[in-house]
Design a binder for this molecule. Structure first.
Ligand code: NAD
Ligand code: IPM
Ligand code: MN
Length: 376
Protein backbone atom coordinates (compact mmCIF):
# COMPACT_ATOMS: atom_id res chain seq x y z
CA UNK A 1 0.00 0.00 0.00
CA UNK A 2 1.34 3.49 -0.79
CA UNK A 3 0.38 7.13 -0.71
CA UNK A 4 -1.25 6.95 -4.14
CA UNK A 5 -3.64 4.13 -3.22
CA UNK A 6 -7.25 5.12 -2.76
CA UNK A 7 -8.81 1.89 -1.51
CA UNK A 8 -8.03 0.28 1.78
CA UNK A 9 -9.39 -2.98 3.17
CA UNK A 10 -9.85 -2.72 6.91
CA UNK A 11 -10.90 -5.54 9.21
CA UNK A 12 -13.09 -4.19 12.03
CA UNK A 13 -13.45 -5.98 15.37
CA UNK A 14 -15.90 -4.07 17.60
CA UNK A 15 -15.81 -6.61 20.44
CA UNK A 16 -17.70 -6.03 23.70
CA UNK A 17 -18.80 -3.36 26.19
CA UNK A 18 -17.87 0.11 24.94
CA UNK A 19 -16.09 -1.55 21.99
CA UNK A 20 -18.99 -1.24 19.52
CA UNK A 21 -19.64 2.35 20.70
CA UNK A 22 -16.11 3.59 20.07
CA UNK A 23 -15.91 1.57 16.85
CA UNK A 24 -19.03 3.29 15.53
CA UNK A 25 -17.48 6.65 16.43
CA UNK A 26 -14.26 5.65 14.65
CA UNK A 27 -16.19 4.71 11.53
CA UNK A 28 -17.88 8.11 11.50
CA UNK A 29 -14.44 9.76 11.48
CA UNK A 30 -13.06 7.43 8.79
CA UNK A 31 -16.11 7.79 6.58
CA UNK A 32 -15.98 11.56 6.79
CA UNK A 33 -12.28 11.56 5.86
CA UNK A 34 -12.93 9.14 3.00
CA UNK A 35 -15.66 11.38 1.58
CA UNK A 36 -13.54 14.51 1.73
CA UNK A 37 -10.29 12.92 0.57
CA UNK A 38 -11.68 10.79 -2.27
CA UNK A 39 -10.59 7.50 -0.78
CA UNK A 40 -12.56 4.36 0.07
CA UNK A 41 -12.43 2.14 3.09
CA UNK A 42 -13.70 -1.36 2.46
CA UNK A 43 -14.75 -2.74 5.82
CA UNK A 44 -15.10 -6.38 6.81
CA UNK A 45 -16.45 -6.92 10.32
CA UNK A 46 -15.55 -9.92 12.49
CA UNK A 47 -16.69 -11.10 15.91
CA UNK A 48 -14.09 -11.38 18.66
CA UNK A 49 -14.13 -11.84 22.42
CA UNK A 50 -17.46 -12.25 24.20
CA UNK A 51 -19.38 -11.45 21.01
CA UNK A 52 -17.61 -14.35 19.25
CA UNK A 53 -18.19 -16.69 22.21
CA UNK A 54 -21.91 -15.90 22.08
CA UNK A 55 -22.14 -16.23 18.29
CA UNK A 56 -19.71 -19.09 17.59
CA UNK A 57 -18.67 -20.63 20.91
CA UNK A 58 -15.03 -19.56 20.49
CA UNK A 59 -13.39 -16.17 21.19
CA UNK A 60 -11.90 -15.99 17.67
CA UNK A 61 -12.64 -18.23 14.69
CA UNK A 62 -9.45 -19.43 12.95
CA UNK A 63 -11.13 -18.89 9.55
CA UNK A 64 -11.79 -15.23 10.46
CA UNK A 65 -8.15 -14.77 11.42
CA UNK A 66 -7.16 -16.15 8.01
CA UNK A 67 -9.45 -13.70 6.23
CA UNK A 68 -8.03 -10.81 8.24
CA UNK A 69 -4.52 -11.61 7.00
CA UNK A 70 -5.43 -10.32 3.55
CA UNK A 71 -6.60 -6.92 4.82
CA UNK A 72 -4.46 -3.79 4.87
CA UNK A 73 -5.01 -3.28 8.61
CA UNK A 74 -6.94 -4.77 11.51
CA UNK A 75 -8.74 -2.38 13.88
CA UNK A 76 -9.94 -3.67 17.25
CA UNK A 77 -12.05 -1.68 19.72
CA UNK A 78 -12.21 -3.61 23.04
CA UNK A 79 -13.34 -6.96 24.37
CA UNK A 80 -14.17 -8.80 27.57
CA UNK A 81 -16.66 -8.41 30.38
CA UNK A 82 -18.14 -10.01 33.50
CA UNK A 83 -20.54 -12.17 31.47
CA UNK A 84 -17.66 -14.32 30.23
CA UNK A 85 -15.30 -14.10 33.21
CA UNK A 86 -15.85 -17.58 34.60
CA UNK A 87 -14.74 -19.66 31.62
CA UNK A 88 -11.44 -21.53 31.37
CA UNK A 89 -8.51 -19.44 30.08
CA UNK A 90 -8.88 -20.68 26.49
CA UNK A 91 -12.59 -19.84 26.42
CA UNK A 92 -12.39 -16.32 27.74
CA UNK A 93 -12.71 -13.26 25.49
CA UNK A 94 -9.10 -12.28 26.15
CA UNK A 95 -7.89 -15.55 24.58
CA UNK A 96 -9.26 -14.25 21.28
CA UNK A 97 -7.08 -11.16 21.51
CA UNK A 98 -3.98 -13.19 22.34
CA UNK A 99 -4.67 -15.54 19.40
CA UNK A 100 -5.12 -12.52 17.12
CA UNK A 101 -1.84 -10.89 18.18
CA UNK A 102 0.05 -14.17 17.90
CA UNK A 103 -1.67 -15.13 14.64
CA UNK A 104 -0.72 -11.83 13.01
CA UNK A 105 2.83 -12.08 14.37
CA UNK A 106 2.35 -8.65 15.95
CA UNK A 107 5.24 -8.81 18.42
CA UNK A 108 5.82 -5.09 18.92
CA UNK A 109 3.20 -3.05 20.74
CA UNK A 110 3.79 0.69 20.43
CA UNK A 111 1.97 2.68 23.08
CA UNK A 112 2.68 6.40 22.82
CA UNK A 113 1.78 8.63 25.76
CA UNK A 114 2.09 12.32 25.05
CA UNK A 115 0.37 15.10 26.92
CA UNK A 116 -1.93 17.41 24.96
CA UNK A 117 -1.13 21.01 26.00
CA UNK A 118 -4.82 21.59 26.74
CA UNK A 119 -4.88 18.61 29.13
CA UNK A 120 -2.00 19.50 31.41
CA UNK A 121 -4.57 20.28 34.08
CA UNK A 122 -6.30 16.88 33.58
CA UNK A 123 -3.12 15.00 34.52
CA UNK A 124 -2.65 13.89 38.12
CA UNK A 125 0.84 15.39 38.04
CA UNK A 126 1.94 18.92 38.87
CA UNK A 127 1.58 21.00 35.69
CA UNK A 128 5.30 21.56 35.19
CA UNK A 129 5.90 17.80 35.39
CA UNK A 130 2.86 16.83 33.30
CA UNK A 131 3.88 19.23 30.54
CA UNK A 132 6.98 17.10 29.85
CA UNK A 133 5.25 13.75 29.24
CA UNK A 134 6.23 12.52 25.78
CA UNK A 135 7.18 8.86 25.76
CA UNK A 136 6.48 5.68 23.88
CA UNK A 137 6.29 2.23 25.41
CA UNK A 138 7.65 -0.61 23.24
CA UNK A 139 5.91 -3.57 24.80
CA UNK A 140 6.88 -7.07 23.65
CA UNK A 141 3.51 -8.61 22.77
CA UNK A 142 3.76 -12.27 21.78
CA UNK A 143 6.05 -13.75 24.44
CA UNK A 144 6.65 -13.78 28.17
CA UNK A 145 4.14 -14.94 30.76
CA UNK A 146 1.20 -14.54 28.38
CA UNK A 147 2.38 -17.34 26.09
CA UNK A 148 5.01 -19.32 28.04
CA UNK A 149 4.61 -23.09 28.39
CA UNK A 150 4.08 -24.95 30.61
CA UNK A 151 1.10 -23.26 32.15
CA UNK A 152 -1.87 -24.62 34.00
CA UNK A 153 -3.80 -25.28 37.15
CA UNK A 154 -4.10 -28.26 39.37
CA UNK A 155 -1.95 -30.48 41.45
CA UNK A 156 1.66 -29.43 40.96
CA UNK A 157 4.77 -31.29 42.12
CA UNK A 158 5.03 -29.13 45.22
CA UNK A 159 1.54 -30.02 46.30
CA UNK A 160 2.01 -33.72 45.60
CA UNK A 161 5.09 -33.77 47.80
CA UNK A 162 3.07 -32.63 50.75
CA UNK A 163 -0.01 -34.68 50.05
CA UNK A 164 0.75 -37.15 52.80
CA UNK A 165 0.86 -34.39 55.37
CA UNK A 166 -2.39 -32.94 54.10
CA UNK A 167 -4.16 -36.28 54.28
CA UNK A 168 -3.10 -36.59 57.87
CA UNK A 169 -4.71 -33.23 58.40
CA UNK A 170 -1.45 -31.59 59.46
CA UNK A 171 -1.13 -28.95 56.73
CA UNK A 172 -3.78 -27.22 54.71
CA UNK A 173 -2.25 -26.95 51.24
CA UNK A 174 -4.32 -25.20 48.62
CA UNK A 175 -4.61 -25.47 44.86
CA UNK A 176 -1.71 -24.60 42.56
CA UNK A 177 -1.42 -22.73 39.30
CA UNK A 178 1.57 -21.75 37.19
CA UNK A 179 2.70 -19.73 34.20
CA UNK A 180 6.11 -19.61 32.60
CA UNK A 181 7.95 -16.44 31.73
CA UNK A 182 10.14 -17.39 28.80
CA UNK A 183 11.96 -15.36 26.14
CA UNK A 184 14.32 -16.41 23.41
CA UNK A 185 17.25 -14.26 22.41
CA UNK A 186 15.63 -13.62 19.03
CA UNK A 187 12.33 -12.46 20.55
CA UNK A 188 14.21 -9.91 22.65
CA UNK A 189 16.49 -8.80 19.83
CA UNK A 190 13.74 -8.01 17.30
CA UNK A 191 11.73 -5.75 19.62
CA UNK A 192 14.90 -4.12 20.96
CA UNK A 193 15.95 -3.22 17.41
CA UNK A 194 12.58 -1.62 16.75
CA UNK A 195 12.84 0.41 19.95
CA UNK A 196 16.34 1.67 19.07
CA UNK A 197 15.26 2.54 15.53
CA UNK A 198 12.34 4.53 16.94
CA UNK A 199 14.62 6.30 19.44
CA UNK A 200 16.74 7.57 16.52
CA UNK A 201 13.74 9.53 15.28
CA UNK A 202 13.03 10.87 18.77
CA UNK A 203 15.18 12.02 21.72
CA UNK A 204 17.65 9.12 21.31
CA UNK A 205 17.15 7.51 24.68
CA UNK A 206 16.02 3.95 25.40
CA UNK A 207 15.13 2.88 28.94
CA UNK A 208 14.92 -0.89 29.17
CA UNK A 209 12.77 -2.10 32.04
CA UNK A 210 13.24 -5.54 33.62
CA UNK A 211 13.59 -7.41 36.90
CA UNK A 212 17.17 -8.62 36.36
CA UNK A 213 17.91 -8.54 40.09
CA UNK A 214 15.62 -11.56 40.49
CA UNK A 215 14.60 -13.18 37.20
CA UNK A 216 16.85 -15.18 34.86
CA UNK A 217 14.62 -14.20 31.95
CA UNK A 218 15.30 -10.54 32.75
CA UNK A 219 19.04 -11.19 32.91
CA UNK A 220 18.90 -12.50 29.34
CA UNK A 221 16.70 -9.53 28.39
CA UNK A 222 19.31 -7.11 29.74
CA UNK A 223 22.20 -8.92 28.02
CA UNK A 224 20.52 -8.96 24.61
CA UNK A 225 19.34 -5.35 24.82
CA UNK A 226 22.90 -4.31 25.72
CA UNK A 227 24.21 -6.21 22.67
CA UNK A 228 21.68 -4.56 20.36
CA UNK A 229 22.65 -1.15 21.78
CA UNK A 230 26.18 -1.57 20.37
CA UNK A 231 24.75 -1.04 16.88
CA UNK A 232 23.22 2.26 18.04
CA UNK A 233 26.09 4.25 19.58
CA UNK A 234 24.12 7.45 19.01
CA UNK A 235 21.31 6.22 21.29
CA UNK A 236 21.69 6.29 25.06
CA UNK A 237 20.67 3.08 26.88
CA UNK A 238 19.58 2.91 30.50
CA UNK A 239 18.36 -0.11 32.47
CA UNK A 240 15.80 0.18 35.25
CA UNK A 241 14.17 -2.42 37.46
CA UNK A 242 10.43 -2.44 36.92
CA UNK A 243 9.53 -1.39 40.47
CA UNK A 244 11.80 1.63 40.24
CA UNK A 245 10.49 2.36 36.71
CA UNK A 246 6.92 2.59 38.04
CA UNK A 247 8.08 5.10 40.64
CA UNK A 248 10.20 7.11 38.17
CA UNK A 249 7.28 7.35 35.74
CA UNK A 250 5.26 9.23 38.35
CA UNK A 251 8.17 11.17 39.83
CA UNK A 252 9.76 12.42 36.60
CA UNK A 253 8.14 11.06 33.41
CA UNK A 254 10.07 13.58 31.30
CA UNK A 255 13.19 11.40 31.65
CA UNK A 256 11.55 8.70 29.48
CA UNK A 257 11.72 8.74 25.71
CA UNK A 258 11.46 5.11 24.53
CA UNK A 259 10.55 2.64 27.27
CA UNK A 260 11.37 -0.92 26.17
CA UNK A 261 9.94 -3.82 28.16
CA UNK A 262 8.45 -7.31 28.17
CA UNK A 263 4.80 -8.21 27.84
CA UNK A 264 3.35 -8.06 31.36
CA UNK A 265 5.50 -5.18 32.62
CA UNK A 266 4.46 -3.20 29.51
CA UNK A 267 0.79 -3.95 30.13
CA UNK A 268 0.96 -2.61 33.67
CA UNK A 269 3.17 0.40 33.01
CA UNK A 270 1.08 1.56 30.07
CA UNK A 271 -2.04 1.87 32.26
CA UNK A 272 0.06 3.94 34.64
CA UNK A 273 0.97 6.19 31.70
CA UNK A 274 -2.75 6.79 31.14
CA UNK A 275 -2.95 8.85 34.30
CA UNK A 276 0.17 10.82 33.33
CA UNK A 277 -1.66 12.16 30.26
CA UNK A 278 -5.11 12.42 31.83
CA UNK A 279 -7.09 9.24 31.08
CA UNK A 280 -6.94 5.74 29.65
CA UNK A 281 -9.57 7.03 27.25
CA UNK A 282 -6.77 8.81 25.38
CA UNK A 283 -4.18 6.09 24.81
CA UNK A 284 -3.82 4.43 21.39
CA UNK A 285 -1.64 1.53 20.34
CA UNK A 286 -0.20 -0.17 17.27
CA UNK A 287 0.81 -3.84 17.21
CA UNK A 288 3.30 -4.51 14.45
CA UNK A 289 5.13 -7.56 13.13
CA UNK A 290 7.69 -8.31 10.46
CA UNK A 291 5.09 -8.65 7.70
CA UNK A 292 1.34 -8.76 7.12
CA UNK A 293 -1.25 -6.30 8.39
CA UNK A 294 -0.74 -4.52 11.68
CA UNK A 295 -3.26 -4.66 14.50
CA UNK A 296 -4.44 -1.37 15.97
CA UNK A 297 -6.20 -1.18 19.32
CA UNK A 298 -6.79 1.40 22.05
CA UNK A 299 -5.03 0.57 25.33
CA UNK A 300 -8.28 0.60 27.29
CA UNK A 301 -10.67 -2.29 27.79
CA UNK A 302 -14.41 -2.77 27.38
CA UNK A 303 -15.23 -0.57 30.42
CA UNK A 304 -18.32 -2.55 31.54
CA UNK A 305 -19.10 0.13 34.16
CA UNK A 306 -19.96 2.72 31.47
CA UNK A 307 -20.92 0.46 28.54
CA UNK A 308 -24.15 1.21 26.69
CA UNK A 309 -24.46 4.71 28.17
CA UNK A 310 -22.86 6.77 25.42
CA UNK A 311 -20.21 8.01 27.86
CA UNK A 312 -17.05 6.37 26.50
CA UNK A 313 -14.23 8.64 25.46
CA UNK A 314 -13.69 7.89 21.75
CA UNK A 315 -10.38 9.80 21.51
CA UNK A 316 -8.21 6.71 22.17
CA UNK A 317 -9.99 5.10 19.23
CA UNK A 318 -9.45 8.12 16.98
CA UNK A 319 -5.77 8.28 17.91
CA UNK A 320 -5.54 4.53 17.24
CA UNK A 321 -7.00 5.14 13.78
CA UNK A 322 -4.28 7.79 13.32
CA UNK A 323 -1.63 5.16 14.20
CA UNK A 324 -3.30 2.81 11.71
CA UNK A 325 -3.03 5.47 8.99
CA UNK A 326 0.61 6.18 9.84
CA UNK A 327 2.01 2.68 10.44
CA UNK A 328 -0.50 0.41 8.71
CA UNK A 329 -1.65 2.25 5.59
CA UNK A 330 1.46 4.46 5.26
CA UNK A 331 -0.72 7.55 5.11
CA UNK A 332 0.92 9.98 7.55
CA UNK A 333 -1.09 12.76 5.93
CA UNK A 334 -4.36 11.22 7.16
CA UNK A 335 -2.82 10.46 10.56
CA UNK A 336 -1.86 14.12 10.97
CA UNK A 337 -5.37 15.21 10.06
CA UNK A 338 -6.98 13.02 12.70
CA UNK A 339 -4.47 14.03 15.38
CA UNK A 340 -5.02 17.72 14.61
CA UNK A 341 -8.78 17.15 14.85
CA UNK A 342 -8.44 15.56 18.29
CA UNK A 343 -6.17 18.37 19.49
CA UNK A 344 -8.67 20.91 18.11
CA UNK A 345 -11.61 19.31 19.91
CA UNK A 346 -9.68 19.35 23.21
CA UNK A 347 -8.66 22.96 22.63
CA UNK A 348 -12.32 23.86 22.19
CA UNK A 349 -12.85 22.68 25.79
CA UNK A 350 -14.99 19.60 25.14
CA UNK A 351 -14.32 16.81 27.70
CA UNK A 352 -15.83 13.40 28.38
CA UNK A 353 -16.43 12.39 32.00
CA UNK A 354 -13.10 10.58 32.40
CA UNK A 355 -11.47 13.96 31.75
CA UNK A 356 -13.71 15.79 34.19
CA UNK A 357 -16.28 17.01 31.65
CA UNK A 358 -19.87 16.14 30.76
CA UNK A 359 -19.75 15.48 27.01
CA UNK A 360 -20.83 12.12 25.60
CA UNK A 361 -19.27 9.95 22.90
CA UNK A 362 -21.44 11.35 20.09
CA UNK A 363 -20.83 15.00 20.92
CA UNK A 364 -17.06 14.53 21.04
CA UNK A 365 -17.15 12.57 17.77
CA UNK A 366 -19.01 15.31 15.93
CA UNK A 367 -16.66 17.97 17.34
CA UNK A 368 -13.59 16.03 16.19
CA UNK A 369 -15.07 15.61 12.70
CA UNK A 370 -15.79 19.34 12.57
CA UNK A 371 -12.26 20.20 13.73
CA UNK A 372 -10.66 17.82 11.21
CA UNK A 373 -12.42 19.63 8.37
CA UNK A 374 -11.66 23.09 9.81
CA UNK A 375 -7.96 22.32 10.27
CA UNK A 376 -7.60 20.79 6.79
P1 NAD B 1 -10.96 -0.95 31.36
O1 NAD B 1 -9.89 -0.27 30.59
O2 NAD B 1 -12.06 -1.54 30.56
O3 NAD B 1 -11.60 0.08 32.40
C1 NAD B 1 -10.85 0.66 33.46
C2 NAD B 1 -11.49 1.98 33.88
O4 NAD B 1 -11.27 2.95 32.85
C3 NAD B 1 -13.00 1.91 34.06
O5 NAD B 1 -13.38 2.76 35.09
C4 NAD B 1 -13.54 2.43 32.73
O6 NAD B 1 -14.81 3.01 32.81
C5 NAD B 1 -12.49 3.44 32.34
N1 NAD B 1 -12.38 3.55 30.88
C6 NAD B 1 -11.79 2.67 30.04
N2 NAD B 1 -11.88 3.08 28.78
C7 NAD B 1 -12.56 4.24 28.80
C8 NAD B 1 -12.98 5.17 27.79
N3 NAD B 1 -12.73 4.97 26.49
N4 NAD B 1 -13.65 6.26 28.19
C9 NAD B 1 -13.91 6.50 29.48
N5 NAD B 1 -13.54 5.66 30.49
C10 NAD B 1 -12.86 4.55 30.14
O7 NAD B 1 -10.25 -2.06 32.27
P2 NAD B 1 -10.91 -3.20 33.22
O8 NAD B 1 -12.11 -2.65 33.89
O9 NAD B 1 -9.79 -3.71 34.01
O10 NAD B 1 -11.34 -4.34 32.21
C11 NAD B 1 -12.66 -4.52 31.71
C12 NAD B 1 -12.63 -5.61 30.64
O11 NAD B 1 -11.88 -5.18 29.51
C13 NAD B 1 -11.97 -6.91 31.12
O12 NAD B 1 -12.70 -7.97 30.59
C14 NAD B 1 -10.60 -6.85 30.51
O13 NAD B 1 -10.01 -8.11 30.30
C15 NAD B 1 -10.89 -6.16 29.22
N6 NAD B 1 -9.75 -5.46 28.59
C16 NAD B 1 -9.71 -5.51 27.23
C17 NAD B 1 -8.74 -4.82 26.56
C18 NAD B 1 -8.76 -4.85 25.06
O14 NAD B 1 -9.74 -5.26 24.48
N7 NAD B 1 -7.72 -4.42 24.39
C19 NAD B 1 -7.82 -4.03 27.26
C20 NAD B 1 -7.91 -3.99 28.65
C21 NAD B 1 -8.89 -4.70 29.31
C1 IPM C 1 -4.19 -4.72 27.01
C2 IPM C 1 -5.09 -5.67 27.77
C3 IPM C 1 -4.82 -7.09 27.33
C4 IPM C 1 -3.39 -7.44 27.70
C5 IPM C 1 -5.80 -8.15 27.90
C6 IPM C 1 -7.22 -7.81 27.64
C7 IPM C 1 -5.47 -9.51 27.34
O1 IPM C 1 -4.96 -5.49 29.13
O2 IPM C 1 -4.17 -4.77 25.77
O3 IPM C 1 -3.53 -3.88 27.64
O4 IPM C 1 -3.10 -7.77 28.85
O5 IPM C 1 -2.54 -7.38 26.81
MN1 MN D 1 -3.81 -3.71 29.66
Amino acid sequence: MNATAHRYRIALLPGDGIGPEVMAAGRRVMDDLARRRGIAFEYAEYAIGGAALDAHGVPLRPADLDLMRSSDAVLLAALGGPKWDTGPANLRPEAGLLALRKGLGAFANLRPARIFPDLVSASKLKPEIAARVDLIVFRELTGGLYFGEPRGRGEGEREKGRKGEREKGKTAIGRTAYNTMIYSEEEIRRIAKMAFEAARGRRKRVTSVDKANVLEVSQLWREVVTEVARDYPDVELLHLYVDNAAMQLVRDPGQFDVLLTENLFGDILSDLCAELVGSIGLLPSACLGASGPGLFEPVHGSAPDIAGKGLANPLAMFLTIALMFRHGLKRPDLADEVERGVAGALKSGLRTRDLGGAAGTAEVTERVIQKISEEA
